[in-house]
Design a protein around this ligand. Structure first.
Ligand code: AMP
Length: 192
């Protein structure tokens, strides 16, 4: 398997670039944000709990998030894809350690972390723009600012974490979707 984490602040293009990665490399996409939004729509107990965090721009507690991701991995045991793109997970060091353990138990690991670098002004612009059509409770200015704070405080330390493991690849996340994807594919092609 060839497993990737697509990493970056809210609005950095993780979801958009994941779609292109799965098309080009035959990977399976796990977006934890999407998993949670599906659970909210189905009004499951996990979804109801998650909703109260998401709408404030806060992270779902690690233990719950790790359990939810474990459930997704268990339900995909017969996965025929060549690997997984993790989009939106991990978001804390604790989650990164849990992911390492979960993949280790399944005889695999994370092969590369692709980090998308985008200016803060551009992130806010993209998220406000998405908010016009996304219907997401967290794409409004106050919640966007909180999500960016949370990213800086809790998630960005993962850059150091994965750099020290030698698998972090920073990518310029500005420009057109295709330009950004070309930069990503350049790195991925060298790794495979
Ligand atoms: P996203 O779709 O990746 O932007 O995620 C939307 C929201 O879902 C985040 O702002 C968090 O509230 C929640 N969420 C998604 N993934 C995680 C995660 N790995 N850990 C904690 N909360 C998460």
């Amino acid at each position: 398997m060839f497993n990737l984490v697509i990493f970056g602040a809210p609005g950095s293009g993780k979801g958009t670039q994941s779609e292109k990665l799965i098309d080009k490399y035959g990977l399976y996409h796990i977006s934890t944000g999407q998993v949670l939004r599906d659970q909210i729509a189905r009004k499951t107990p996990d979804g109801i709990l998650a909703d109260s965090y998401i709408s404030k721009g806060h992270l779902i507690p690690d233990d719950l998030m790790v359990k939810i991701l474990g459930d997704v991995l268990d339900s995909k045991k017969d996965l025929t894809a060549k690997g997984i793109v993790f989009d939106g997970f991990p978001r804390t060091i604790k989650q990164a350690e849990a992911l390492r353990k979960m993949l280790d138990e399944r005889g695999t690991g994370i092969h590369a972390v692709i980090g998308l670098d985008v200016d803060e002004d551009e992130l806010i612009k993209r998220l406000l723009n998405r908010g016009k059509t996304s219907g997401r409770s967290d794409d409004n200015l106050d919640t966007i600012k909180e999500r960016l704070n949370v990213y800086h405080n809790e998630t960005s330390p993962l850059r150091e974490y994965y750099s020290s493991l030698g698998c972090y690849h920073p990518i310029d996340g500005s420009g057109t979707v295709d330009d950004i994807f070309d930069r990503i594919a350049n790195h991925v092609d060298k790794l495979k």
